[in-house]
Design a protein around this ligand. Structure first.
Ligand code: AMP
Length: 381
């Protein structure tokens, strides 16, 4: 069997690796020049995009910002999973908000702005603590601005002055005073069967995910089932096929959906060692029509992103249950270079292992690691 992935980054690479034992060959599309490449070496393959589409059993995406013309071409083959509509929901915050509202999924109070002076109306309606997000092409905190008091409005308007809001509107959200950030990664197959991983707790720093812990500590059955209901509602509502990630804010016992990722997701990487079936394997299974695998967690685990740094001691592999996943990219500031998965028998042990990990990596690139380690060490079993 063969799967063609649009996008040739680390997610395509990890799908390729998950496909090997299943006998699923994964090819990738470098979307900047329409070439078909090997997902690990990134070397061009001797095959055109049209031939690759023709010879694949399923087409999928590793990121939502695939040019629309390529998505349309892929969709025509009737082998694209998830569907073009689902991918576009992830690529456009206006579509995303429309979907959330249509399905009555709780999310931050918001307004869509296509004309800069509408920002005054936003303040009247939502208050003066706002997050302003470009509706397209924003990621990892890019394309986002914050307003913390009305006095900052002229400055904000100036910062937004050169944007064309008619083509790329803004989504203006009320700032949510959340307790923590969680995500639910799950998978739905072609017959509507759904399996979800336990909620993961996500630690961000400067808009980027640094650490995920799964299962998230201190999650009541009620909270997990609220998250699963949201997932089902969204996945069924979109007739979704494949892995879908739902990023949420926990506020008391409630959940607000922040963002959808119509693909395998960074906050699901822990599943490579922490669950019976990784998100990458489950995604491939779903899109080619194989039965879905068990998504339960084996025990507590953590995923630590390696961001903007390539020099650290490989001796971190001495820590039992510690696995390195290196993406083979050239180092750049803020670039995700790889991740480290750590599994343990208890949260306390997980905290101890993260503390040990801190001795092998440069602390300036891992600003949340120590905090997370200390927190986990104090969780009762
Ligand atoms: P996003 O690109 O929408 O995932 O936002 C990046 C990060 O900004 C999130 O992970 C949150 O930490 C923060 N954030 C986004 N939206 C809000 C909001 N409405 N209220 C408070 N924080 C937010």
């Amino acid at each position: 069997m063969r799967v063609l992935v649009y996008g040739a980054g680390q997610l395509a690479q990890m799908m390729y690796l998950a496909g090997c034992p299943l006998g699923i060959e994964v090819h990738a599309v470098e979307v900047s020049n329409d070439t078909v490449v090997h997902p690990v070496s990134k070397r061009p393959l001797d095959i055109t995009l049209a031939q690759a589409i023709e010879s694949s059993d399923a087409l999928t995406v590793e990121f939502e910002h695939v040019p629309e013309r390529l998505l349309e071409e892929a969709s025509k083959s009737e082998k694209l999973y998830p569907s073009i509509d689902a991918v576009l929901v992830g690529a456009d915050r206006v579509r995303e908000k429309r979907l959330l509202d249509a399905l009555n999924v709780p999310n931050a109070a918001h307004k869509v702005v296509t004309y800069i002076d509408e920002l005054e109306d936003c303040i009247s309606a939502l208050g003066d603590k706002l997050i302003i997000k470009a509706s397209r092409d924003g990621y990892d905190g890019y394309g986002q601005w914050r307003l913390t008091s009305e006095e900052q409005l002229p400055e904000l308007k100036q910062a937004l002055g050169n944007l064309n809001l008619t083509t790329v509107p803004l989504v203006v959200e009320q700032m949510v005073n959340f307790d923590r950030e969680l995500s639910l990664v799950g998978v739905r197959d072609k017959s509507g069967d759904i399996k979800v991983y336990p909620l993961a707790e996500n630690l961000h720093h400067q808009g980027q995910l640094h650490v995920s812990v799964a299962p998230a500590p201190n999650v009541s059955d009620d909270l997990q089932s609220k998250a699963e209901d949201i997932f089902r509602n969204l996945a069924d509502g979109m007739n979704y096929v494949g892995v879908l990630a739902v990023e949420m804010f926990q506020c008391g016992n409630g959940l607000l959906v922040n963002e959808l990722a119509p693909r395998v997701h960074n906050s699901g990487h822990w599943s490579m060692s922490g669950s019976d079936t990784s998100q990458f394997e489950n995604h491939l299974r779903a899109v080619v029509g194989l039965p879905l695998g068990n998504t339960a967690a084996r025990g507590p685990s953590a995923m630590v992103n390696i961001i903007g740094c390539s020099s650290f001691s490989r001796d971190l592999l001495k820590i039992p249950g510690c696995h390195l996943h290196w993406y083979g990219k050239t180092v750049r500031e803020k670039r995700k270079m790889g991740h480290i998965n750590v599994t343990a028998a208890s949260y306390r042990e997980l905290g101890e292992k993260l503390e040990a990990l801190g001795q092998f990596v440069p602390s300036e690139f891992f600003p949340t690691l120590g905090r997370e380690a200390r927190k986990l060490k104090h969780i009762e079993p």
